[in-house]
Design a protein around this ligand. Structure first.
Ligand code: 87F
Length: 944
């Protein structure tokens, strides 16, 4: 590891008490912080080395940020007045963005490519901001605390981890200016000097725009693979990780983002057929199985094959690497022709984005990995003359055996008419070469819901074909199976809002900076999440434009044009659209993604009361979406002052509970905006008396998060369990085909059932595919959560019945064919109710009333939501106190030191809502936190 050190020298005016800060900095950096008194001020020298971050813990990193903040306030180099003025919130939002992005890295909790991507994103964000504002500093034209708070930690992070970032010009110039202003100089003692570092950054900044990463500095200068990648202008990134001698160690040492994989590499030799570098996927979830004995056959090698691991000497000669350092990119160094040619054999899952968005592999060193998209890897191999052989290991004879279905499915389906012995071990049809599509391996869930909830969720959404991954972090493909659910919610919602006089419409995706920032409170705190378009082709736009994160500022200028008289009110509009919020926290499909789908309702009214009625009507629709469609119980309530939408007057919410994680989740919100936006956007009308009034407004939104909540609440160890009202297919008919019951005979019987079901309005499907056996189909439709499966075997036909299997509890019932549709229609309603009741029971059993603080964290640790007496809306400080204290006490109870800031889910409890349904509050009850007289009950919990 290269040792780096930078001394940040700055002249600051520090009162004596702040020497404490210096002591902390000194402790943190493990190097002396010197200060000399000069003309009533002090010269401060902070030396930051990479030893710093190694030793960094939760609290030290937080302290560093604290120190930086303190310095930011004290110095006379920047405009501290700006921190309090009208742009104060912008300064603060940059400081927060810096804390959210860089703190987890300082704490060394984030690792690998995701981290690199995060810092790169952050740099790009700074750059586009600087370009769009055309200012020299983050906020305005004078340096502010924002510059200090972003520049110092960024420097620390960059020195430790990243000589491989692309530094956009404007950002680089800004960093130089800010550090220059801090009189940044370099301590010559380090192996890599500031000058060199700067040189590297300069080089990187000059690299073509499409190259996210270029050759790493220092130790990487000599890395042939990295140099080749750079030469070939490949998009890649490289990161350090602990030395990993085996694929298993690597998987443990370098955690991956969802949809990414490491590689496992086998260098094999066969006397007759030559050398093969076999590269397959390996990650925490799976490793592509390689049967070396079968490989010859799979490669189509003629005659007898005896593929063996090549020895170290051959490896060195052929690929120039040591054992443990091999990766597919090393094939670029091998001989492509001749007797000693090496053939690269690639697992087909590594070659397209359909399975993995990024491939990580060693660039001849096993303390580093290079990450790139499959397309970039394939393009690189092509450009260096490597033509890989692509193999579907899933179709190798030994590996082709279908993945076992969950235990339940491994039993034979019920015996039909004696002697129906068809093998149905949950796989593709055995033998006859007829099973499944090539390359498609349907795996069972890898873990149980209560063993590893996040992993379970990832598997469920993929296996059920709801989500596919994409090569931009935080963006996902909604496949038809999830999109249909969204469409059903849309259909229901459209009918209901029509009844309330709300019309659908569509406003543009883009918003100008002036408009977006017109209502300051509204954008406060959200600014770092806004994504901007700054270019068209190669040319910079005259003015950057934002991509809608929400549409208040897009719609309300039109409201101002359209509303003139009380006769124009109420105006009630709804829009179905996508929005973009560039989150820095770890994304979770459906729950937290950078682009998501939603409906946003926006209304204007003549009075506050009218607006309030609308707020409650919208909220009740949200309750019904959750409870009546998704069978998920919710608590309706008011957000506290600290948690409400800052741009509005009051926020109401529906909160759901997810037992698997013990967390609550905000289901949807409906805001009474008061007259805030009306004043900003000049939405005025003449009332009946001819007097000018400002309109009262509401806004309300429901997103595709709903789908994620539904999956988490109802899914089980087999996969998805869909509530019938939103199941794209409610009933699937699977014929049990055998010699005794050929398809021709089963077909008319099944089609008659199908017709009856469809006539009664049920969404049904007859799965007549012949390439899959019944066991495979059972497993498939169970993973997809179809509420009822009808099995039709020879005995069923004989007895004019069908066996119905219920997904949510596994019950099996034989139903007479006459009137089967009516029976199933009722059954589906019954399932819907029972699923709701089950979820409600689970939720209710986790809501407890707590009246003393000592019981708060113990209940939190039991995954409970706590209803506590509270002193009311004006005590934000106490809310913060509960957050901090519950977090500290939870960490202590768990014996943990800290948590990753980038995780979207904290250990801290926060207020979820002040429920509309209030239990009785006896006179004299005290607030759980402040001890002041309580005015209401508030619901707390960990949340998403
Ligand atoms: C992110 C960036 C910029 C949330 C943002 O809840 C602005 C915002 O205003 C922002 N994230 N919000 C609040 C959205 C309020 C409101 N808008 C209409 C809703 C429901 C639908």
């Amino acid at each position: 590891m290269v040792t780096t050190s930078t001394t940040i020298k700055c002249r600051v005016s520090i009162p004596s008490c702040d020497k404490d800060i210096l002591a902390v900095v000194s402790q943190l950096t493990d190097t002396p912080v010197t200060f000399e008194a000069k003309d009533g001020a002090l010269d401060l020298n902070v030396t930051v080395t990479n030893a710093f971050t190694k030793k960094t813990t939760e609290s030290t990193a937080v302290s560093l940020l604290g120190c930086v903040r303190q310095l930011a306030q004290r110095t006379d180099l920047w405009d501290s007045a700006a921190c309090n003025g009208s742009t104060g919130f912008l300064v603060e939002s940059w400081i927060q963005a810096s804390e959210q992005t860089l703190l987890p890295i300082l704490r060394n909790k984030s690792k690998g490519d995701l981290l690199l991507e995060t810092v790169q994103d952050f740099l790009n964000k700074i750059d586009s901001h600087l370009k769009s504002s055309n200012h020299a500093y983050l906020v305005g034209d004078t340096p502010t605390a924002a510059d200090v708070c972003v520049a110092i930690p960024l420097t620390v992070v960059a020195l430790e981890h990243y000589t491989t970032l692309t530094w956009p010009d404007k950002t680089f110039a800004w960093l130089e200016t800010v550090l220059g202003q801090l009189e940044a100089v370099v301590d010559g003692a380090a192996a890599m000097s500031w000058g060199k570092w700067k040189g590297n950054l300069k080089g990187a900044a000059a690299a073509p725009a499409a190259t996210t990463t270029t050759a790493a500095a220092g130790g990487d200068d000599d890395n042939k693979i990295i140099n080749l990648l750079t030469q070939h202008k490949v998009e890649f990134s490289v990161y350090d990780h602990p030395l990993s001698k085996t694929a298993e160690e690597l998987v443990a040492n370098a955690p991956l983002a969802d949809g990414e994989t490491h590689t496992k590499n086998l260098f094999l030799r066969d006397k007759k057929h030559g050398m093969f570098l076999v590269t397959v996927a390996t990650n925490a979830k799976e490793t592509t199985p390689v049967q070396t004995k079968e490989l010859g056959k799979l490669l189509g090698l003629q005659g007898k094959t005896n593929l063996r691991m090549a020895d170290e000497k051959t490896l060195m000669e052929q690929l120039q690497v040591k054992p443990g350092c091999v990766g597919p990119l090393c094939a670029a160094l091998a001989k492509p022709e001749g007797d000693d040619k090496v053939t690269l054999v690639l697992d087909q899952t590594l070659t397209t984005t359909s399975k993995y968005a990024k491939i990580h592999s060693h660039p001849m060193q096993n303390d580093k990995s290079v990450s790139m998209t499959p397309d970039a890897m394939m393009a690189f191999l092509k450009s260096v003359g490597v033509e890989p052989t692509i193999l579907d290991f899933g179709s190798a004879p030994a590996a082709a055996a279908p993945a076992p279905a969950p235990k339940k499915q491994q039993q034979q389906p019920k015996k039909q008419g004696g002697g129906d012995k068809q093998k149905q071990q949950g796989g593709k049809k055995q033998g006859g070469g007829g099973g499944g599509k090539k390359g498609e391996t349907l795996l069972a869930l890898q873990c149980k819901k209560d063993e590893n909830f996040p992993q379970w969720y990832t598997d469920v959404i993929k296996l059920s074909e709801m989500i596919a991954y994409y090569d931009i972090s935080g963006c996902y493909i909604l496949r038809p199976w999830s999109y249909k659910i969204w469409e059903m919610m849309q259909d229901w919602f459209n009918v209901e809002i029509r009844k309330l006089g709300v019309d659908n419409c569509y406003f543009p995706l883009f918003v100008s900076q002036d408009r977006l920032e017109k209502e300051k409170d509204h954008v406060e705190g959200f600014a770092p999440e806004v994504a901007w378009v700054t270019k068209s082709g190669d040319a910079d736009l005259a003015k950057p434009i934002a991509i809608r994160p929400t549409s208040e500022t897009i719609m309300y200028p039109a409201f101002s044009d359209w509303i003139k008289s009380h006769r124009d009110l109420p105006l009630k509009l709804n829009q179905w659209s996508n929005v973009v919020r560039w989150e820095f926290k770890y994304p979770t499909p459906f729950l937290r993604s950078r682009e998501f789908l939603w409906q946003e309702g926006h209304t204007a009214h003549a009075t506050y009361d009218d607006a309030q009625v609308m707020v409650m009507q919208a909220l009740d629709l949200y309750r019904r979406v959750y409870e009546e469609l998704l069978a998920v119980p919710v608590v309706r309530g008011y957000k506290t002052e600290a948690e409400k939408f800052a741009g509005g007057h009051m926020t109401t919410t529906v909160e759901a509970y997810i037992q698997g994680s013990g967390r609550a989740i905000q289901g949807a919100t409906s805001h009474n905006l008061g007259q805030n936006f009306g004043k900003m956007f000049d939405i005025k009308f003449q009332d009946e008396k001819g007097e000018s009034q400002i309109a009262w407004q509401t806004s309300w939104g429901l997103t595709t998060r709903t789908i994620g909540v539904m999956i988490m609440v109802h899914g089980d160890d087999t996969g998805l369990v869909l509530p019938p009202r939103v199941a794209p297919i409610q009933v699937v008919i699977v014929p049990i085909i055998s010699k005794k019951l050929p398809m021709e005979q089963a077909k008319p019987y099944c089609e008659a059932i199908l017709q009856e079901l469809e006539e009664l309005g049920l969404r049904a499907k007859f799965d007549d595919r012949t390439m899959y056996n019944p066991g495979w189909k059972y497993n498939h439709w169970e993973q997809k959560g179809v509420p009822v499966r009808i099995e039709v075997g020879p005995r069923d036909i004989e007895q004019k019945q069908a066996r119905c299997v219920l997904r949510y509890n596994g019950d099996k019932i034989d139903v007479n064919i006459d009137g089967i549709a009516t029976i199933l229609k009722d059954k589906l309603e019954d399932i819907q109710e029972k699923m709701f009741a089950k979820a409600k029971e689970a939720r209710d059993s986790h809501v407890v009333q707590v009246t003393e603080w000592k019981d708060f964290v113990p209940n939190l640790e039991l995954n409970n939501l706590m209803l506590t007496p509270w002193c009311g809306g004006e005590h934000e400080d106490w809310e913060e106190w509960v957050k901090t204290t519950s977090r500290e006490e939870s960490l202590k109870a768990r014996g943990e030191e800290g948590e990753d800031e980038k995780t979207a889910t904290s250990l801290a409890a926060k207020t979820l809502c002040i429920p509309f349904d209030q239990p009785e509050l006896p006179e004299g009850t005290k607030c759980i936190a402040s001890g002041k007289p309580a005015t209401c009950w508030v619901l707390w919990g960990r949340s998403y």
